[in-house]
Design a protein around this ligand. Structure first.
Ligand SMILES: [Zn+2]
Length: 338
């Protein structure tokens, strides 16, 4: 963690609050990596709506991949409850494959399938947003251009992520603590989840300030998972204590730093802040965070490694677009500690 907090610059002078738009991805989780007993989209979204209300987080967009509703069509009703409580729905592809893994035509066909399912909720949102699966905009510029052109045709604005904290890596360990009933380990995972969120925001905000010479509003990512249901309220409280002011995605997207795509083509798992930092030759401290080395080894259970729990979802996503996953693209774990 750097010394640069959200509220002070290098001189220690107080700054404007750091503006943060919270966004949610994958409220149905993923085909091949679904919900454990005791959780479903209705429960998770309900708990998240309570947390957003408590911390006055406005109008959260849920970027929703839809392959899981092929098996659970009844889950779509959870989106009605979500929009009834003042939040919005956005597009995120049907199958959640990376654009790297397929050709642009297959990717946009999969996206159109997502739009067909989500249209009743997209039509209610103030803005028609889309997010690339894994925030991967494609490994070849031509593919990105093809998809971006399709987004214009379909009236969709791509929303990047500028702040993430590897919440799905914490989820994997948390699922193991739920299966074993290890409440002490579960509490450790939730604590690390909260601390890592705030550290990651500070580190990514510090990089953004160095790149842009000012602090643009940030766009945070959380996934619709059991650990988010159980611990994201604490993350929001910690963000607020660190000086965050929650804003709408529209406000964050009005800033050029979020509206102009970073001029970096990469096939790796990088958010927009990381791509801008790479372009500017600026480092992003502790990203991915070293604590993930401990998280990976927390509460080991046979058959419940990250590869066991997430691998089938990656294969299913890639197969749906006629391909296979390139798992080396997903370099979301830090180098192993020496
Ligand atoms: Zn996603």
């Amino acid at each position: 963690m750097t010394d640069t907090t959200a509220l002070t610059d290098e001189s220690g002078r107080a700054q404007e609050p750091l503006r943060l738009a919270v966004t949610l991805d994958d409220p149905f989780m993923w085909r091949g990596a679904g919900f454990p007993p005791g959780y479903d989209p209705e429960i998770v979204l309900g708990m998240l709506c309570d947390a957003f209300e408590r911390h006055r987080v406005p109008q959260v967009y849920a970027f929703t991949s839809t392959a899981p509703v092929e098996d659970h069509p009844e889950w779509l009703a959870a989106l009605d409850r979500w929009t009834d409580r003042g939040h919005h729905v956005a597009a995120h592809t049907h199958s959640h494959a990376s654009l790297n893994w397929t050709d642009a035509a297959s990717y946009v066909a999969d996206l159109d399938r997502n739009l067909d399912i989500l249209e009743p909720w997209l039509a209610k949102a103030p803005t028609r947003y889309f997010r690339y699966a894994f925030d991967m905009w494609g490994d070849i510029r031509d593919k990105t251009d093809h998809v971006q052109t399709h987004l214009v045709r379909r009236g969709l604005l791509p929303a990047p992520i500028t702040h993430w904290f590897y919440d799905v890596q914490f989820l994997v360990a948390y699922l193991r603590t739920l299966v074993t009933g290890d409440t002490e380990a579960a509490a450790w995972v939730r604590r690390g989840f909260v601390e890592t969120a705030v550290d990651a925001l500070r580190n990514q905000a510090a990089a953004a300030r160095e790149v842009f010479g000012r602090q643009p509003p940030h766009i945070a990512l959380i996934h619709g998972t059991p650990i988010a249901a159980d611990a994201y309220a604490d993350v929001l409280a910690a963000y607020a204590a660190a000086g965050v002011q929650f804003v709408t995605l529209e406000e964050a997207m009005s800033d050029p730093a979020n509206q102009i795509a970073p001029p970096t083509v990469t096939r790796y798992f990088r958010n927009s802040t990381q791509k801008w930092a790479e372009h500017a030759g600026v480092g992003v401290a502790d990203t991915p965070p070293r604590i993930l080395n401990q998280v990976q080894h927390c509460c080991p259970v046979e058959g419940m490694t990250e590869a066991d729990l997430l691998g089938p979802a990656l294969v299913a996503a890639a197969q749906a677009v006629g391909s296979a996953p390139v798992t080396t693209d997903l370099d979301w774990n830090p180098a192993a500690d020496a």
